[in-house]
Design a protein around this ligand. Structure first.
Ligand SMILES: C[S@@+](CC[C@H](N)C(=O)[O-])C[C@H]1O[C@@H](n2cnc3c(N)ncnc32)[C@H](O)[C@@H]1O
Length: 345
């Protein structure tokens, strides 16, 4: 975003009025204003005409979008020109961003179904250790089949931008096109299935807790990739990884654990990887954008001690890979950043 950072006073005012801000964005999305601005600059007069809006009223709605940093406004240079010649430019693509958050299947809507209200107004007691999210409401790692199903479905809802990131990094990760890939903590297999659907010569196994097997089997069947998507039951904290895979990935896994555990998991992957194989780390790397999108979990996990939720800068992982002798360490920037490194073996 090209907008300036807000002062604390101003940001808090916006937060207080967040529901109004979302109403403005939803309206601009539904009236096609965001899509119109994505196509190029437009004047107030044009936007009012396109949407059947009263110009003075629409001007105020656009002021709200400007306040939020979504559009830049340019007043008419001619002092006699009416407000209808005020020009607006989108600061970045807006429609897709708004749909990603406000759409029916957004991760924000999904996260909102978690019982976060058990913490609301109880943070002081939670911080003192007198209150927490009850384990039957949410547990980490999930403990019951129902919790696993809900959690893995939530994770799957967030997979599309990761699948897109894997598309961008594909040639770095899959060099021959016939690799055997182990996706450690691979959820219900949504990411692996999406990659295998596009690449018929790849095979993948999801390594996950035994309780998740039906979810992964269901994903393999439902996505049509069949036996190319397998399942390996395992507890990565207490067991070694199976050997011989050409690609081993950690996708949104390492940040769930303290640094010592993350290092242990990287060691296990390093031992298991085939000679010349590639290690992939695709994470919620610590950036202002990621922290913002992760905000729900940052709040909710205050009440869940078993999940450390430790977003780390990408440099942490680069250093850890270098320390293990990995070569050709590449970062592919995208909707999710992907780190790919070649085994030293
Ligand atoms: C945050 S989710 C990420 C899922 C998936 N990689 C994704 O990005 O959609 C973490 C995954 O690690 C798995 N997991 C947690 N503890 C585990 C353990 N001890 N052994 C194996 N898998 C585990 C969870 O079941 C879950 O699938």
């Amino acid at each position: 975003m090209g907008g300036e950072a807000f002062s604390a006073r101003a940001l808090l005012s916006l937060l207080f009025n967040a529901s109004k801000g979302l109403d403005v964005v939803k309206t601009a999305l539904e009236l096609g204003i965001l899509a119109r601005l994505d196509r190029g600059p437009a004047t107030l007069g044009e936007l009012a005409h396109d949407t059947g809006s009263v110009p003075l009223r629409l001007y105020k709605l656009l002021d709200a979008l400007e306040t939020l940093g979504f559009v830049a406004r340019e007043d008419a240079h001619d002092a006699d020109a009416g407000i209808e010649s005020t020009r607006y430019t989108a600061r970045e693509p807006l429609e897709a961003a708004a749909r990603a958050v406000l759409g029916e299947t957004s991760i924000e809507r999904d996260r909102d179904t978690y019982p976060w209200r058990v913490l609301e107004n109880k943070l002081p007691a939670t911080l003192r250790g007198e209150h927490h999210v009850p384990r039957d409401a949410f547990d980490w790692p999930p403990s019951t089949p129902t919790q696993h199903a809900q959690f893995e479905a939530s994770m799957a809802a967030g997979v599309p931008p990761i699948a897109e990131a894997f598309r961008t990094a594909h040639d770095d990760i899959f060099v021959t096109g016939s690799e055997r890939w182990l996706d450690v903590g691979g959820g219900d297999g949504a990411l692996a299935a999406s990659v295998l659907t596009r690449h018929a010569t790849l095979t993948a196994d999801v390594l996950n807790l035994a309780i998740t097997e039906p979810l992964v089997r269901g994903r393999a069947e439902g996505s049509g990739v069949g036996a190319r998507l397998g399942f390996v039951a395992g507890d990565f904290l207490n067991e070694e990884f199976p050997r011989g895979y050409d690609v081993i990935s950690f996708v949104r896994v390492l940040h769930d654990w303290p640094a010592a555990t993350a290092r242990m998991l990287l060691d296990k992957a390093t031992r298991a990887l085939a000679p010349g194989g590639r290690l992939v780390v695709c994470e919620e790397f610590r950036t202002p954008d990621r922290l913002a999108i992760q905000f729900f979990w940052t709040y909710f996990l205050i009440g869940v001690d078993s999940c450390v939720s430790r977003l780390r800068e990408i440099d942490f992982y680069v250093r850890e890979l270098e320390a293990r002798g990995y070569r050709d360490i590449r970062t592919r920037r995208g909707p999710f950043d992907v780190l790919v490194a070649m085994s030293a073996k």
